[in-house]
Design a protein around this ligand. Structure first.
Ligand SMILES: [Zn+2]
Length: 292
């Protein structure tokens, strides 16, 4: 396939218009987010020039076996799709399959976010071929992003798992904790999944109590971030320390403490993450600029 420049979504005018049903008529050249497992098909050369994704009138032109394409929507008349590549399909010459997380920084922010959306849709589709209630094979819903059971009618939408992530502050200090699974020297703020039946503020308070043994007050929403690894929605908060001394369980959390602009750990979370945004925002108003 002839290599073509990537659409830089941020450079296009107007919002991304999400849609499910493919518009009628000639769509022209479309952009394809093609995944094998959690790896995205990208142009190797393009990685150095900001242009990375395959463009074609139809994905057949790329020459790789794939399953049902899903329409994602368009910006400025440029339509895009996501496709699930068959296992074992090898990237054509000049292209490579790369983990989505590794592509942060190589893709502009809007393209990365769209790639995350594409991955969640492909991943949902892969895992909902059968009805969870009666076991029948499911079909696509004709107008919604859903699969439906032809026998019992159960609708299966892409699943989102909300998680809360909180920066706990006390004066110019804030809490960082080290999860046993983190890379060497890495510390971050407190995160965990929201449980069924729980309000977000309750999840924030519970996670903090469980992970570092503190009580907090003034729980305040900060911002959110889709986190397609594989299907979370991260909801960021700040909270003020109210009482207690930091204690960790030594299993999930192996160490935690109070940090500040003048006293930071060896490694903070990557710029990709909302945790880093919360930390940088706090430091910007409490004695330090964004960290490198
Ligand atoms: Zn069913």
């Amino acid at each position: 396939m002839e290599e073509k420049a990537l659409v830089n979504w941020e450079s296009l005018e107007g919002p991304f218009e999400q849609a499910v049903v493919v518009p009628e008529g000639d769509l022209g050249e479309c952009v394809f987010f093609a995944f094998q497992g959690d790896r995205l098909l990208v142009s190797v050369e393009g990685l150095d020039h900001g242009g990375i994704l395959p463009r074609a009138k139809a994905f057949n032109e790329v020459g790789l076996p794939f399953r049902d394409p899903h329409y994602l929507g368009a910006r400025n008349g440029v339509h895009c799709f996501t496709v699930d590549l068959e296992a074992g399909a090898e990237a054509p010459e000049g292209m490579a399959l790369q983990g989505l997380r590794e592509l942060y920084g190589a893709l502009d922010k809007a393209t990365f976010q769209l790639a995350g959306r594409a991955f969640q849709i492909v991943n949902w589709d892969r895992t909902h071929h059968y009805c969870g209630r009666c076991g029948s094979q499911t079909d696509y819903h004709e107008s919604d992003r859903a699969r439906q059971c032809p026998d019992c009618g159960l609708l299966l939408f892409p699943r989102l798992s909300p998680a809360v992530i909180t920066l706990i502050h006390r004066g110019d200090e804030f809490v960082l904790a080290r999860n046993g699974r983190f890379p060497h020297g890495r510390y971050s703020i407190i995160a965990g999944f929201v449980e069924a039946g729980e309000a977000l503020e309750e999840a924030v308070a519970r996670e903090i109590r469980e992970e570092v043994g503190l009580e907090v007050t003034d729980i305040t929403y900060h911002s959110s971030q889709p986190w397609p690894f594989p299907n979370s929605l991260m909801l960021g908060f700040t909270a003020a320390w109210k009482s207690g001394e930091i204690t960790v369980d030594g299993k999930e959390i192996v160490d935690a403490g109070w940090y500040s602009a003048g006293h930071l750990p060896e490694s903070l979370p990557d710029g990709i993450s909302i945790s880093r945004r919360l930390i940088d925002d706090f430091l910007a108003t409490h004695g330090g600029g964004p960290q490198t």
